[in-house]
Design a protein around this ligand. Structure first.
Ligand code: HMG
Length: 387
């Protein structure tokens, strides 16, 4: 009998603040519906100055650890494109904040928004070799573009943590996957930039090409039939992107009209609509929101399209496990989104423009509502502490 391996638990964290996209629309001189309807985004998370990818990742992972599991975590894989150091893995800070043992391997992986999916696949291979071990995968990112650019409305921030084990309680990941890689300059962030450079129109066509090509690879390798897939979770730089890409796929593979296609991504959009782009994390926020919905998906197959600019994409599938709802955090998750402080454009701009005069030494003000904070930098050393 083959071993069942997949996601045993999943939890997310985001920033302490949020801004309604109508505020940005007013500054940009466009109708709010361009963002609400055209991009499918209602608001976006904004980090406090004492929050970053480490504090969000540790907070998401803490929610998993607090619930407990008897299997020892032996590996922590930190997926991000918002790296805070050119050498040291952000995961090592998370390892300390969580109080994990010294017998845990920690590494950071990068390929734009795709790398959390690579981490998940690597994790399944580690568990296949040692089924008594668990792997903690954390995807954590802050999406930043130039202020006043047309990409500004597609920012956001969040982390998703997943515990990957044998006999998972939530989602068994199936072994056949579809891959597509192509060197394309649709979005990138040079080492001296704090914001990404993007060719918006090219990025949309590159995403759609990569989605369809990864599906074709999956189909060519004997992957599950299109009709056997109940719902599709996409990478969501903005939720309308998932709808657009799925319409193309559904029409080309199954001859479905837009209405039928939209029904297959229904239930996967809500958390990302409220958080904004969180790069590596969005596809797993799509899964979280789907699992938190009213529909019982036990035994159903889900499809996943992971896309990272530059570009790498992967299509894979998984089976929702019976009893998955016993692990639901739906009420907690909604409360977490609602609890974010609503800020106006003035405060948002202040936070976005924050840039310390002395990068080697600075102290951040206490602001986060989360359990961990980024205290600043002391002699070029980043300081993290439990609140
Ligand atoms: P834009 O060019 O200003 O927007 O920026 P637009 O003019 O194309 O309008 C957007 C949509 O709003 C259009 O809908 C308009 O018709 C509609 P569509 O025709 O496409 O269906 N619209 C309205 N709807 C209702 N009422 C109105 C109204 N006005 C207009 N009043 C763009 C859009 C996405 C280009 C920009 O935000 C951007 O560059 N974002 C960043 C890039 C991005 O997110 N790309 C997505 C694919 S690449 C990817 O996913 C990877 C990524 O996550 C990075 C990584 O991998 O690390 C980005």
């Amino acid at each position: 009998m083959t071993l069942s391996i997949g996601i045993h638990d999943i939890a997310f964290a985001t920033g302490s603040h949020r801004i309604d996209l109508a505020e940005l629309a007013a500054r940009h001189g466009v109708e709010a519906n361009k963002y609400y309807v055209g991009l499918g985004q209602s608001e976006m998370s904004v980090l406090a100055n004492d929050e970053d990818v480490v504090t969000m990742a540790a907070t998401a992972a803490k929610r998993i650890l607090d619930r407990g599991d008897s299997r020892a975590i032996r590996t922590l894989i930190f997926a991000t494109e918002s790296g805070i150091d050119q050498s040291k893995s952000a995961g090592v800070y998370v390892h300390r904040l969580l109080g994990l043992g010294s017998d845990v391997r920690v590494v950071e992986v990068k390929q734009a928004c795709y790398s959390a999916t690579a981490a998940l696949q690597f994790a399944t291979a580690l568990v296949a070799r040692s089924p008594e071990e668990a792997v903690l995968v954390v995807a954590s990112d802050v999406a930043r573009y130039e202020l006043d650019s047309n990409a500004e409305a597609t920012q956001g921030a969040a982390a998703v943590a997943m515990l990957v084990t044998a006999d998972p309680a939530i989602l068994e990941i199936e072994p056949i996957t579809g891959l597509y890689t192509e060197d394309v300059m649709d979005f990138w962030r040079p080492n001296d930039h704090t914001t990404a450079i993007v060719d918006g129109k090219l990025s949309i066509t590159a995403y759609i090409t990569a989605a369809i090509s990864a599906w074709q690879d999956l189909a060519g390798r004997g992957g599950p039939a299109y009709d056997s897939i109940e719902r599709f979770c996409y990478h969501q730089p903005f939720t309308r992107m998932a709808v657009k890409a799925h319409r193309k796929l559904a029409a080309s593979v199954a001859g479905l009209d837009d209405e039928a296609a939209d029904a297959q991504v229904a239930g996967t959009l809500e958390y990302n609509r409220r958080i904004g782009n969180s790069y590596t994390a969005t596809i797993y926020l799509a899964l979280a929101t789907l699992l938190d919905g009213d529909e019982d998906l036990a035994g159903k197959r889900l499809g996943f399209l992971s896309y990272g600019s530059g570009a790498v994409s992967e299509f894979f599938t998984g089976i929702v496990q019976p009893g998955y709802r016993e692990r639901s955090r739906a009420a907690e998750n909604l409360a977490l989104l609602d609890a974010r402080t609503v800020i106006g454009d003035e405060r948002y701009l202040e936070l976005q423009r924050f840039s310390p005069e002395d990068v080697a030494n600075f102290v951040t003000a206490r602001e986060t509502t989360g359990p961990f904070r980024f205290g600043g930098v002391d002699g070029y050393k980043r300081v993290y502490e439990a609140v």
